[in-house]
Design a protein around this ligand. Structure first.
Ligand code: ZN
Length: 122
C-alpha cells in the first residue's frame, strides 16, 4: 500500500497566475535545456498564446524554427513552440512546446501537498 502519486496524476500551471496549462500525461520529455535550465517538452497545452512570429534559432541540437509562447492569462513568457526542426533526430519536437520548468507550479487537488512536493523535487 503506497500513497505515492503516479505521474499521470500530476498537473502544472503558470507560475505567475496559476492558470492550468497541462497534465503530466502531455509531457514528452523533461531533459531539454531551455534558457533558464531544465524544461519540459509538452504536447497540446491549454491557455497558451503565441507572443512572436516564427524565427530561426540555433540550439545545441541544431537549427530550429520557433515561436515564443506566453501565458494566455497573465502574458508571462513561458518558452517556445517548435514549428520546425531541421535535424532528423530532432523532428519529434515539431508541433510541441518547450516550457521552462522554473516558470511552472505543480497543482494536485487530490493528494497531500507533502507527498506531491516530494515528487516534484525529484
Ligand atoms: Zn499566467
Amino acid at each position: 500500500m503506497s500513497d505515492a502519486l503516479t505521474p499521470q496524476e500530476m498537473a502544472f500551471a503558470c507560475g505567475g497566475c496559476e492558470t492550468p496549462l497541462f497534465q503530466s500525461k502531455d509531457i514528452i520529455t523533461t531533459i531539454l535545456s531551455g534558457a533558464m535550465g531544465k524544461s519540459l517538452l509538452v504536447r497540446n497545452p491549454t491557455n497558451i498564446a503565441f507572443s512572436s512570429g516564427e524565427k530561426e534559432i540555433r540550439l545545441t541540437t541544431g537549427m530550429h524554427r520557433t515561436r515564443d509562447i506566453e501565458c494566455l492569462t497573465c502574458h508571462k513568457p513561458l518558452g517556445w513552440y517548435y514549428v520546425k526542426a531541421y535535424e532528423a533526430d530532432q523532428k519529434f519536437k515539431e508541433g510541441a512546446y518547450l516550457i521552462e520548468k522554473a516558470l511552472l507550479v505543480p497543482v494536485k487537488p487530490q493528494a497531500a501537498p507533502s507527498v506531491f512536493s516530494f515528487l516534484w523535487k525529484q
